[in-house]
Design a protein around this ligand. Structure first.
Ligand code: COA
Length: 329
């Protein structure tokens, strides 16, 4: 059976580090509160003149190198982001041009922090159907650009970065199953109010600070705890696996309490879950992509391992993927 598998992975993090101590100087918060309630110690922040596509390009070039693939061989580029360079054209088209992927179709996909896993599922369908052979899926964000640096409820949580994966065809292993879902009744728990057709940008929207992330932390927390477990179990069932078969869980990096709860509910050991949240904060749709690239770099994923990706985010959405890792096609 023709399946999609990941043959290349890459990440890019802007060099500028912002610590909790730095945040103490900006809003009424403490390093202790942030670490205790979220697990985050620091995050990366892109320069003023760095766009999301700039991070995406760096991560993509690393992933293409790992896959030993020329950019001209790419058939499709999908960028998942809630912080595109602009409303249109798609950030994927900017990446397509700048990396020299002259034969690739390109589009953006928006599913909040679940977007990268959604993107993997879309890319995998194109490969399984036989329409395309080489697909690049990117999760990239510059959340610092839509963060209200006066709102302590949100500004302590987010960071910038990008991760990318090259998908190719295999007849052994690869993506075994996906589980995707949404509950739009939770749309107002996590959103950016203005700048779209419902409320176009105006002097008023700028004055009212409606171009920033707004979040109801508690409902999102409860949704996350519930869906991380349910999506994980659903995707494992579709893949005909159990939690005992999992070698590594790579969860969306939003809050260590959410990750811990998922780990306990799935009865996994600490070393079976990849966590980089303390160093990077929540990078939205880049989070699982970066964590996966790091896990590969750190030798946490070997060929033949069963890897489970699970994410939740604005929408509200969730997404999970079960992979039998096979990078040698
Ligand atoms: N520093 C200090 N105090 C803070 C604070 C900060 N940065 N942010 C909030 N507080 C305060 C609140 O004002 C509140 O004070 P009050 O009791 O006087 O009203 C108190 O801390 C507790 O707030 P609460 O919202 O109940 O905290 P919490 O334990 O739910 O933690 C989050 C808040 C945001 C960390 C948590 O709800 C969370 O992680 N939610 C999920 C968010 C998420 O994952 N978003 C991204 C989805 S992709």
């Amino acid at each position: 059976m023709r399946r999609a598998t990941i043959t290349g992975w890459g990440k890019y993090l802007p060099p500028n580090v912002m610590t909790n101590k730095d945040l103490e100087k900006i809003v009424d918060t403490t390093d202790e509160w942030i670490q205790k309630r979220t697990g985050i110690k620091k995050r990366r922040i892109a320069d003023e003149d760095t766009a999301t596509s700039d991070l995406a390009i760096e991560a993509s070039q690393e992933a293409l190198e790992k896959a030993n693939l020329d950019p001209e061989e790419l058939d499709l580029i999908i960028v998942s982001t809630v912080t595109p360079d602009m409303a249109f054209p798609a950030t994927a088209c900017i990446v397509q041009d700048k990396i020299g992927a002259s034969n690739a179709a390109a589009f953006d996909l928006e599913a909040g922090c679940s977007g990268f896993v959604y993107g993997l599922s879309v890319g995998a369908q194109f490969i399984e159907s036989g329409l395309y052979d080489n697909v690049l899926v990117i999760g990239a964000e510059t959340l610092s650009k839509i963060t209200d640096w006066e709102d302590r409820n949100t500004c302590v949580l987010f960071g910038d970065g990008a991760g990318a994966a090259v998908l190719q065809a295999t007849d052994k292993g690869g993506f075994l199953a996906f589980d995707l879902g949404s509950d739009g009744s939770g749309a107002n728990a996590l959103y950016m109010e203005a700048g779209g057709s419902a409320k176009p940008a105006s002097l008023e929207t700028v004055k009212n600070k409606q171009h920033y992330i707004r979040m109801e932390g508690n409902p999102v927390f409860k949704f996350a705890v519930k869906t991380m477990k349910r999506a994980s179990l659903d995707v494992l069932e579709k893949a005909e696996l159990t939690t005992d078969d999992i070698n590594l869980l790579i969860p969306h990096q939003a809050n260590t309490r959410i990750i811990k709860s998922a780990r306990r509910r799935l009865k996994l050991d600490e070393d079976e879950v990849y966590v980089n949240l303390p160093e990077l904060g929540n990078t939205s749709s880049a989070s699982v992509a970066i964590a996966m690239a790091e896990a590969k770099e750190n030798g946490k994923i070997k060929n033949g391992d069963n890897v489970l990706l699970v994410a939740f985010g604005a929408g509200l959405t969730w997404a999970a993927a079960a992979i039998e890792w096979n990078e040698n096609i």
